[in-house]
Design a protein around this ligand. Structure first.
Ligand SMILES: NC(=O)c1ccc[n+]([C@@H]2O[C@H](COP(=O)([O-])OP(=O)(O)OC[C@H]3O[C@@H](n4cnc5c(N)ncnc54)[C@H](OP(=O)(O)O)[C@@H]3O)[C@@H](O)[C@H]2O)c1
Length: 289
């Protein structure tokens, strides 16, 4: 049987490069560069999809830097909202399944504590979060089979030929090699996920009904406690190394921790993630020793 055609945008990026490597051989992958497919071009997206006729679009291209989006809101709107709309319109026109990455940052204005479900009322407090939310809404208006994945912050080791971002485990590696300390917020709750687990689970998202889903590791600890646990996993005492920062997020506790209940149910348990601490421990066992 012929392999399904999977178009992945953003394969030069941190997530896209790792997912494309993981899925190689399982799909007939079309991986346009930014130069091949400018997602802000409505006509360009329509004609690229029309010409290549993928069975699935996995849309990862975006401006992923929240600080950059804050300082360049028009560009953020164009790439992170209009880019999604353009591909959703093409997916609708050619009856193609589309899965794309939103973010747990849509929850960053929530004052509720605990693991947040997809029906939580949202008032994101930065442009990145607002634009990701708008992109979800617009995509589903245009094409109701679209799947938007609210992903957590991700981590991985540096890998040759793949883009690297500053991430949780790399921040630890740097601090340990420099002998410096790390500060983490006590008033923040968030899940943190190994990008390898994202890649392992992504294939099952192609069968999800259209809608918005949390996608990544759950975590009930605050970020300071999470960092202390990770220090212990690495064999370092958190004392004097991990510094609690109780001044960040003064207006309200920043809780963007996701609940996985909906995606577990919708995928009959096929999609699942280790809890953040178990995920960090498993990552350390697998790759760091
Ligand atoms: N990394 C995380 O921890 C994280 C967490 C939650 C959600 N996400 C979301 O996950 C997705 C992937 O993130 P990432 O970390 O892999 O991002 P990334 O490393 O910054 O990569 C972004 C990709 O998008 C491409 N791109 C940017 N603007 C484009 C445009 N106008 N047209 C076509 N391609 C364009 C880039 O190509 P060039 O570099 O060649 O321009 C690159 O391949 C994004 O939607 C992001 O918001 C990421």
């Amino acid at each position: 049987m012929a392999m399904k055609k999977l178009l992945i945008t953003g394969t030069s990026g941190f997530v896209g490069s790792r997912i494309a490597t993981h899925l190689a051989g399982k799909f007939d992958i079309i991986a346009p560069t930014h130069q091949d497919l400018e997602i802000t071009s409505t006509q360009g997206c329509m004609s690229f999809i029309g010409k290549n006729r993928p069975d699935i679009i996995l849309h990862l291209a975006a401006i992923s830097d929240t600080g950059y989006c804050e300082n360049h809101p028009q560009e953020s709107m164009l790439v992170n909202v209009a880019g999604v709309e353009n591909l959703a319109a093409a997916a609708q026109a050619y009856n193609t399944k589309m899965v794309f990455f939103s973010s747990d940052q849509v929850y960053n204005g929530c004052t509720e504590l605990g693991l947040l479900t997809e029906d939580t009322p949202l008032t994101p407090e930065n442009h990145y979060g607002r634009h990701k939310l708008l992109a979800e809404q617009r995509a589903l208006e245009i094409c109701d089979s679209c799947v938007a994945l609210r992903a957590t912050w991700m981590y991985d080791n540096p890998r040759p030929g793949m883009r690297n971002h500053n991430n949780f485990v790399i921040n630890f590696q740097k601090a340990i090699s420099e002998g410096s300390t790390l500060r983490f917020a006590t008033r923040e709750f968030r899940g943190i996920t190994w990008v390898g687990e994202i890649a392992q689970n992504i294939i099952h998202t192609f069968n999800l009904p259209g809608g918005v889903y949390n996608f990544g590791a759950e975590n009930t600890l605050n970020t300071y406690q999470t960092a202390c646990e990770y220090a212990r996993i690495l064999g370092h005492s958190p004392e004097g190394f991990i510094i609690p920062d109780s001044e960040r997020f003064p207006a309200h506790v920043r809780n963007i921790s996701i609940s996985l209940e909906k995606i577990r149910q919708a995928s009959d348990g096929k999609i699942n993630f280790k809890d953040t601490i178990y995920g960090l421990a498993a990552f350390y066992d697998k790759t760091d020793k």
